[in-house]
Design a protein around this ligand. Structure first.
Ligand SMILES: [Zn+2]
Length: 167
C-alpha cells in the first residue's frame, strides 16, 4: 500500500514511486491527473447516496471506457434499500466499465484502470482476469483485501495523491 504517484500541479514530485514502463506506455505521466479527474467526474454521474465511484479504463490503444456505480440499466435507479444499505444489485464502477468493453469486444489486456476508490475484492478479481495491468486509485477503502489478488496477478497498484506543497 506504499506505492503512490504524487503530483504537485501537474508535475510529478520527488519521492513518488517510479512509473513502470508498462504503465508509461499506456498513459503519459502528465495525463495521469487528467484521467483521475475524469474518473472523479464520472463518479459524479452516480446517484448512489452512500458512495459514488467512478472508473476510467484506458486501453493500450488509448481508448477510454467509463463506469460508475449504479443499478443495472433500465432498473429503478435507486442504489439503496429502504434500510439505507446498498442494494446488492448495484453494479460497481469498474464492473460497468469492463462490461462495456466486453459488449464492444474490446481487448482489455494491458489496460490501466483509474478508479476513485480502491477496488473491492470482486472488482479486483474481474479486473485481473480481464487483463488490466495497472490500477491507480485515489481514495482508500475499508478493506484492502484485494491487494492479495493484485499481487497474485502481478497487477501494479498505485495510490494517486495530489499534494499541496504551498502550505
Ligand atoms: Zn467493486
Amino acid at each position: 500500500m506504499d506505492r503512490y504517484i504524487a503530483f504537485n500541479e501537474d508535475l510529478e514530485i520527488e519521492g513518488s514511486t517510479p512509473i513502470p514502463e508498462g504503465l508509461a506506455r499506456v498513459v503519459m505521466k502528465k495525463h495521469i491527473p487528467f484521467y483521475m479527474d475524469l474518473a472523479n467526474r464520472t463518479a459524479g454521474l452516480s446517484v448512489a447516496k452512500r458512495r459514488r465511484v467512478g472508473a476510467v479504463i484506458v486501453t493500450e490503444q488509448r481508448s477510454l471506457f467509463l463506469g460508475y456505480n449504479g443499478m443495472p440499466s433500465g432498473m429503478n435507479n435507486v442504489c439503496e434499500l429502504p434500510d439505507g444499505s446498498t442494494n446488492p444489485l448495484v453494479i460497481h464502477a469498474e464492473a460497468n466499465a469492463l462490461d462495456k468493453m466486453a459488449r464492444e469486444g474490446v481487448h482489455v489486456e494491458g489496460s490501466v484502470c483509474f478508479t476513485t476508490t480502491y477496488p473491492c475484492p470482486d472488482c479486483a478479481k474481474r479486473l485481473c482476469a480481464a487483463g488490466v495491468k495497472y490500477v491507480i486509485y485515489q481514495e482508500r477503502y475499508h478493506t484492502h483485501l484485494a491487494q492479495e489478488i493484485f499481487d497474485h496477478y502481478g497487477v501494479g497498484v498505485f495510490e494517486y495523491k495530489q499534494l499541496d506543497l504551498r502550505g
